[in-house]
Design a protein around this ligand. Structure first.
Ligand code: OAD
Length: 236
């Protein structure tokens, strides 16, 4: 399937960064949402209710990024971009690890933890005093916030359009490390499947994963399965 694919679309979730040491959201015990309530941290209402708490949680995650490395799963997808005629890499992750692994183009559906913007007018802010307390926007004075998508917010329009176009046009869809629970990303693999494009699901768990004709599960951690998949398709 990989060797004959013209356009491969890949959707990744927190699972591909798990082997880099970044917690997922819904893995029992270890996921972020097992220890915090999303509505307390990842919503505009949470930010308005307690901006310092939300700012601190994202700042703690942002400051850890330099110590985190891409893993073989990220590198395998960066290699895949050089093997197939067209690859659209779509991620729900905000950790920037795909770009650091060398993926030439990444469609970031949920934003990026390393970027901030102002809450009131979404002014992009290049450099900001990375203080514990929420800094103010140099342009309009409103509090700064992470440039990530919160529950209840719209996704960046251009990114979503590119992702949906890829799901409609691809002839192979890889879903890697996602619980497939959060829309509109969750529908992307099924848009491809409905058109008859095979869907390969890379995930140690099949829990909650849709099955059916044209859906193939490669059960295991992305850091092992993706390099094996590329090695099988293009033995070196
Ligand atoms: P989840 O935490 O919901 O799902 C992580 C998935 O990765 C699960 O299906 C795990 O089985 C799988 N997984 C765990 N370890 C893995 C590994 N080594 N290799 C491959 N898969 C592995 O994370 P997402 O599906 O990314 O959004 O969550 C989607 C969105 O919900 C996130 O972008 C975030 C979250 O709330 C917002 O915060 C808006």
């Amino acid at each position: 399937m990989l060797r004959s694919a013209r356009h491969v679309a890949v959707l990744t979730g927190a699972g591909i960064s798990a082997e880099s040491g970044i917690p997922t959201f819904r893995d029992a015990m270890t996921g972020w949402w097992a220890r915090y309530r999303p509505e307390d941290l990842a919503t505009p209402e949470a930010f308005l209710r307690d901006p310092d708490l939300v700012w601190r949680w994202y700042r703690e995650r942002r400051l850890k990024l330099p110590d985190v490395e891409p893993n073989p799963g990220h590198y395998a997808l960066a290699r895949l971009a050089r093997k197939v005629p067209q690859l659209t890499l779509i991620t729900q992750n905000v950790d920037g690890l795909h770009a650091r692994a060398g993926s030439p183009e990444v469609v970031e559906l949920h934003g990026n933890l390393s970027r901030v913007k102002c809450f009131a007018r979404h002014h992009p802010v290049a450099d900001f005093p990375d203080t514990e307390a929420v800094p103010a926007c140099p342009t309009c004075g409103s509090p700064l916030r992470p440039d990530v998508v919160w529950f209840g917010e719209l996704l960046p329009e251009a990114a979503l359009r590119r992702a949906q176009a890829a799901a409609r046009e691809c002839d192979l869809f890889l879903s890697v490390g996602t619980s497939n629970l959060v829309e509109p990303a969750a529908s992307l693999p099924w848009v491809a499947a409905q058109r008859g494009a095979p869907v390969l699901v890379v995930n140690p768990s099949t829990h909650g994963q849709r099955t059916g004709p044209g859906v193939h599960h490669l059960t295991g951690p992305a850091g092992r399965v993706l390099p094996e998949l590329l090695q099988a398709a293009w033995p070196e």
